[in-house]
Design a protein around this ligand. Structure first.
Ligand code: GDP
Ligand code: MN
Length: 391
């Protein structure tokens, strides 16, 4: 689960990470009022969306006066921010964070992630923080340093001090950075996060260390242990179809293509997407109805695909092992009756009850194209999507 920067900063502050003073605002006037509360000059206005790369996309603006804060907020609130992390459709900005801004001397990077290959959490850090970090990691991986964390003991204070020293810091700055690192570790560990980072962790012109940006991603599988964190969930930031799918207990990820895929089993769903791509097509979604799906769940899944206007053809690829093909067919027909289906269906039913399943679909009046293999199905779906897109 993702959260906003202002929420991450609140958690970070509580754990002892120094973050700038500020507050969130949903209107330009509110933004101005926050600035007036903070002081007379030197502010930053930052788009709050669940994506990074805001600086380069025009979502982070410095302002001298509260009046200027209001002007920037008026431009940023309501804009569709497009960065490499938002996807081509971008994200609508609904709120901004207004903070006191100082002069930055250097931008560092600190972050915690799980490194599965060594079965350790790692502190990752670099002198080269800021908006070019991804580029640095690619071109100069040697500038990204790591400190593995013993899961039983957690991050040791000496490790944080060592990292601060390797970041080129001395004296008070080094001490503050080590404390910031320890604080970030605390948030990361206590919230069962899968990522916690400050990029940049800034060295200000007066030598103070400040987390100018903060990002935390929680591990969904551990959320049941943190009811207080679930309140930070922002439904507005989720793809509405994905949110609906989550409620219906379906694994659904919406994608950019135009071939809707209804599949059972994550592996088969993945293989189906690969095959579609292999034939030159683009799936509109990843959708696994799961092994234990019943008719209601199937029709809910089918409805999700139908609600996607970009879908030109639907590829139903079911392997009936535990799941019964006739049940899937009935679920599809039920949803189709309610909503009406304007696009053709390519159907590959294999396994338990495949004949009966096919009969149910064929006699439903829907535009069905039965195929024998999933490869044939993917090929057919891609061809049909192409003709449908042209017509
Ligand atoms: P991101 O692009 O989404 O990662 O947003 P950031 O919060 O990291 O901001 C991008 C860049 O804007 C930072 O790397 C800084 O250079 C600059 N920036 C952000 N906040 C401040 C601030 O308070 N003061 C100054 N001087 N620059 C800032
Ligand atoms: Mn950043």
């Amino acid at each position: 689960m993702n959260i906003h920067e202002y929420q991450a900063k609140k958690l970070a502050r509580e754990a002892g990470v120094p973050v700038p003073e500020g507050d969130v605002a949903t209107t330009p006037d509110e933004a101005k009022a926050v600035a007036e509360r903070l002081g007379d000059e030197g502010f930053v206005v930052k788009a709050q969306v669940h994506a990074g790369g805001r600086g380069k996309a025009g979502g982070v603006k410095l302002a001298k006066t509260p009046g200027e804060v209001k002007e920037h907020a008026a431009k940023i609130i309501g804009m569709t921010l497009v960065s490499p992390q938002t996807g081509p459709k971008g994200k609508l900005v609904r709120k901004v964070l207004v903070e006191r801004a100082g002069k930055i001397e250097r931008e560092l990077y600190i972050g915690f992630v799980l490194n599965r290959s060594i079965s350790r959490y790692v502190l990752t850090y670099s002198r080269m923080g800021g908006v070019e970090t991804e580029e640095t990691a690619r071109l100069h991986p040697e500038l990204i340093l790591q400190e593995p964390v013993d899961p039983a003991f957690g991050l040791a204070a000496y490790q944080a001090r060592r990292a601060a020293s390797k970041l080129g810091l001395k004296g008070d700055s080094a001490k503050q950075a080590a404390e910031a690192i320890m604080g970030l570790w605390k948030v990361f560990a206590n919230t069962d996060a899968s990522l916690a980072e400050c990029n940049p962790l800034a060295v200000m012109s007066d030598g103070k260390i400040v987390a100018v940006d903060a990002k935390i991603v929680f591990d969904d599988n551990a959320l049941y242990r943190h009811p207080e964190l679930q309140e930070l969930y922002d439904l507005d930031e989720e793809d509405p179809r994905e949110a609906k799918a989550k409620k219906a207990d379906l694994s659904y990820v919406s994608l950019e293509g135009n071939i809707g895929c209804l599949v059972n089993g994550a592996g088969l769903a993945m293989a189906t997407m690969d095959l579609v791509a292999n034939y030159g097509g683009m799936p509109a979604n990843f959708l696994d109805i799961g092994g234990g799906a019943d008719k209601t769940r199937v029709s809910e899944a089918f409805r999700l695909i139908l609600a996607d206007e970009t879908v030109k053809v639907i590829f139903i690829n079911i392997f009936g092992g535990i799941i019964q093909c006739p049940m899937v067919a009935e679920g599809v027909v039920e949803a189709a009756r309610e909503i009406g289906v304007k696009v053709p269906l390519v159907v590959c039913l294999k396994g338990t009850g495949q004949e009966k399943g096919r009969t149910i679909l064929s006699s439903s009046g829907l535009d069905i194209h039965n195929v024998e293999t999933m490869s044939e199905g993917a090929h057919k779906a891609v061809e049909m999507a192409r003709t449908e897109a042209l017509s």
